[in-house]
Structures are given as structure tokens and as C-alpha cells.
Design a protein around this ligand. Structure first.
Ligand code: ADP
Ligand code: ADP
Length: 226
């Protein structure tokens, strides 16, 4: 469980692109926040800074009062789910889900127990010995989520996780993601350019434009009839 805070966060890439401009935000414990906005508005950069995959040019990031700007990605207690799944192709599902836990030194028994529990939750327990190329897109995304869940993170970070799936599966998975997040109560930040997805998932939405928060509020506040 965790609060996330961004104060005056800026990102200027080495080519001069000012991707994020003075973003301030407080995300409550257990809240599901969605960053929504057009391609290139800076959503992914924001998320990747929270993950520790991009440096912060100016401003501060906090998880539970701890400033994390200089904390390594592995030590931030966050888990990210990528659009392209980012699974290891030569490893089985079990291997993919175990890998991060092995690296941090969990015992074999502990790892197996966590992997089985997550696989059951995500309905992939029959696929544990398969490799990613033997799975459908939806199944791969479940594995990517399983790999995030087993870490028992304080924060989930989702970067357009459903964009590569067909429309029907997108709807189904988005319902499952929401249920799972509710059940686990893990603070979540979810990036999408899809407004329907954003409205369905979000406790609160941050509408991003040109590197800034244009609007922030509950879906019903932002999308009510004029
Ligand atoms: P979004 O996720 O909303 O599509 P991004 O965060 O990926 O937006 O990109 C925001 C801006 O930063 C864009 O103008 C993009 O071209 C630029 N940008 C993203 N990544 C890099 C990078 N590695 N180097 C330089 N510019 C980048
Ligand atoms: P982009 O939004 O630019 O497409 P990617 O989804 O390609 O970003 O992510 C960049 C790469 O970082 C991934 O392909 C992956 O190999 C690596 N990576 C960083 N953190 C993690 C993580 N927690 N789990 C798995 N892969 C990670």
C-alpha cells in the first residue's frame, strides 16, 4: 500500500524535447489513476519516471514520503506491465514469472507458491510450462501481469497494456484488471490514449496535454454533459 506524489516534475530529453512540464499530483493509497491523452503528450514519460526507467530532469517523486528520484527501479517496489509484454522469449511462463523473485533472493518454495497463486488468479495455471510464442496475445498479457503481481509491489504501473489486443479481449481484460486491482488494493497508474478504457478504469483521471495536466478529476466530473 502506498501513496505516490509528484512535485513540479519535468523531463527534458537530451535532444531538447520538453516532454513533461511541471506536473504536480498526489495519488492516494489504493487509488487507480489513469493518465489519458493523445500520442506524444508525455504520459509514457511520466510513467517511466515513476518506474525509474527515465531520469527526472527537475522536480521530485515520492512513494510514501520517501524521495525516489535516485532509487533504482528494482528498489522502488513498483511493477510495470508493458504494451509489448516484454516477456523473455526463451523462458517458460513459470520462468518469466519467477525471474525477478530469483534475482531478489526469494527461496524456491516461496517463489513456486507465489507463481502458482498468481497463475490461478489469472487463469494461466495450465500454461506454466509453455513459452511465450505458444500463447495468445491475451495469455501473454496475463503472464506479464502475473510477473508484476508476484513481486507484491506497492504500486502497479500499466503502459497501454491492452493496446495490442483485439477489441473484445480489451474489454474483457480491462474488467479483469479493475477487479484484480480492487481485490489487491494496490495503488495503480495506468496510461492509455483510449478514453473509454480510461473512464472505465479510473478512480481519477489525469488528462495530459503537451506535457501538462490539463484536467484532473473523477470520470463523472470530467465527462458530464455540458
Ligand atoms: P506518450 O506516452 O503520451 O505517447 P511520450 O511520453 O512517449 O508520450 O513522449 C512525449 C514526448 O517526448 C514526445 O514528444 C516524444 O517524441 C518525446 N520523447 C519520448 N521519448 C523520447 C526519447 N527517448 N528521446 C527524445 N524524445 C523522446
Ligand atoms: P516503450 O514504452 O518505450 O515501448 P518498452 O515497453 O519497450 O517501452 O520497455 C522498455 C524495456 O525495458 C522493455 O522492453 C524491457 O526489456 C525493459 N524493462 C524495464 N523494466 C522492466 C520490468 N520491470 N520488467 C520487464 N522488463 C523491463
Amino acid at each position: 500500500m502506498a501513496e505516490v506524489k509528484l512535485t513540479n516534475v519535468n523531463k527534458v530529453y537530451s535532444n531538447g524535447a520538453h516532454a513533461v512540464r511541471g506536473v504536480n499530483m498526489e495519488i492516494a493509497d489504493g487509488e487507480f489513476i489513469v493518465f489519458v491523452g493523445p500520442s506524444g503528450c508525455g504520459k509514457s514519460t511520466l510513467l517511466r519516471m515513476v518506474a525509474g526507467l527515465e531520469t527526472v530532469t527537475e522536480g521530485d517523486l515520492f512513494i510514501d514520503e520517501n524521495r525516489i528520484n535516485d532509487v533504482s527501479p528494482a528498489e522502488r517496489n513498483v511493477a510495470m506491465v508493458f504494451q509489448n509484454y516484454a516477456l523473455y522469449p526463451h523462458m517458460t511462463v513459470r520462468g518469466n514469472m519467477s525471474y525477478g523473485l530469483k534475482n531478489r533472493g526469494d527461496s524456491k518454495e516461496e517463489i513456486e507458491q507465489k507463481v502458482i497463486a498468481a497463475a490461478k488468479t489469472l487463469h494461466i495455471e495450465d500454461f506454466l510450462d509453455r513459452q511465450p510464442n505458444q500463447l495468445s496475445g491475451g495469455q501473454r498479457q496475463r503472464v506479464a501481469m502475473g510477473r508484476a503481481i508476484v513481486r507484491n509491489p506497492k504500486v502497479f504501473l500499466f503502459d497501454e497494456p491492452l493496446s495490442n489486443l483485439d477489441a473484445k479481449l480489451r474489454v474483457q481484460m480491462r474488467i479483469e484488471i479493475k477487479k484484480l486491482q480492487r481485490k489487491m488494493g494496490v495503488t495503480s497508474i495506468y496510461v492509455t490514449h483510449d478514453q473509454t478504457e480510461a473512464m472505465t478504469l479510473a478512480d481519477r483521471l489525469a488528462v495530459i496535454n503537451n506535457g501538462q495536466i490539463e484536467q484532473m478529476g473523477k470520470p463523472i466530473e470530467l465527462y458530464k454533459d455540458p
